[in-house]
Design a protein around this ligand. Structure first.
Ligand SMILES: [Zn+2]
Length: 220
């Protein structure tokens, strides 16, 4: 991945030129201001002062994100509505949803594991998907969502907790714990959960910083 450091090559734009003003980009780490230059595919523009990434070439990447978020939300609903495992305990067959598994862990005095499973498999992924949806639906209709800046920062802060590895470990911990208690058979939700992991991986490959591009393209 090559880096573009040519923002200092041009003279600073005159403040009275609105077109030049629209092309200004501020470093979100140190507030240094640069003139935006077109980049080739895979190039990044870095801040000369602090080395932080200003932007990368990915025109309107967020426009492709809404179908992914919707698919992820549907799969998430199915994954939570249907049993993720069926258990056969000495001929007595029971089934549990993800939420049921969390409650079972909690009732089994594994409060910390229960909270971890709940946070990584339900709370943080759902929070990020809902925040994405909150932004992307108005953006698709060329409207500015209220609290845009706060939500984008919220997505970036939620992301480390909704990481796909944590997500999968949460499920594996649940399944391993349950398999020691009973014979475990995969339920409907396990398959939709597998699909959700794939869709979420695609969704998480999106850099939420690209959402800032919307501010340049859709002036309020
Ligand atoms: Zn900087």
């Amino acid at each position: 991945m090559s880096e573009a450091r040519r923002d200092d090559a041009r003279p600073q734009p005159q403040p009275q030129d609105p077109a030049a003003l629209a092309r200004l980009v501020a470093c979100e780490y140190c507030d240094a201001v640069y003139q935006r230059e077109p980049l080739a595919d895979g190039e990044r523009a870095l801040c000369l002062r602090c080395g932080g990434q200003l932007y990368r070439e990915s025109t309107r990447a967020y426009a492709r994100l809404l179908p992914l978020v919707l698919a992820a939300l549907i799969l998430f609903a199915v994954s939570n509505a249907y049993p993720i495992v069926e258990m056969d305990l000495k001929g007595v067959r029971t089934e549990t949803t993800l939420w049921g598994a969390v409650r079972a862990l909690y009732a089994d005095h594994m409060e910390l594991v229960a909270m971890l499973v709940f946070a990584t498999t339900i709370l943080f992924p759902l929070t990020e998907m809902l925040m994405m949806l909150y932004l992307l639906v108005p953006m698709a209709r060329h409207r500015m969502p209220a609290g845009f800046e706060r939500i984008v920062r919220g997505i970036r802060q939620t992301r480390p907790w909704g990481m796909i590895e944590v997500f999968m470990i949460g499920v594996l911990v649940t399944l391993v714990k349950l398999s020691t208690m009973a014979q475990v058979l995969p339920g409907v939700a396990l398959w939709s959960f597998g699909a959700l992991v794939v869709v979420l991986a695609a969704m998480l490959s999106f850099d939420p910083r690209n959402l800032w591009d919307y501010l340049d393209e859709e002036p309020r």
